[in-house]
Ligand binder design. Sequence first.
Ligand SMILES: O=c1ccn([C@H]2C[C@H](O)[C@@H](CO)O2)c(=O)[nH]1
Ligand SMILES: [Zn+2]
Length: 141
Amino acid sequence: MSDTCQTLIAAAREAAGSAYAPYSRFHVGAALLMADGSIVTGANVENASYGLSLCAETVAVAKILSGSRGAVQAVAVTGGAPGEAGQGEHVTPCGRCRQVLNEIAQVGGTDPVIWCDGATGPLEMRLSELLPRAFGPANLL
Ligand SMILES: O=c1ccn([C@H]2C[C@H](O)[C@@H](CO)O2)c(=O)[nH]1
Ligand SMILES: [Zn+2]
């Protein structure tokens, strides 16, 4: 595993510790590596009206697009029971988060590497592999 992957997964696991997930008790953390070397993290934020819950990746993307709007080079995602992120199955971004992540890819002109944390080691793929033929600005009039 590269140092970058290790660092980003560690940041995602730490972020998972800040999850507000009293309903699913599934704590997710996301860490996004910016082109300037900084790391932006997010954790899932649930709601008693379950459908209003926000995924960790979406929280992190909202931070970026409402702030610096820098280019994202890599993303790490992890999840699990409290204190056990990364100790189970690989956690891949849900369908909605793939589309949300595609927006930062458009803004930064990148195709970020996505590292999905899991007990057997991280899965690595590009956003374009997770979301082929994505809907984007080119589809709009
Ligand atoms: O990519 C994902 C998938 C799920 N979750 C959250 C949503 C919900 O709070 C909990 C269980 O689905 O995990 C994320 O944060 N990211
Ligand atoms: Zn999601």
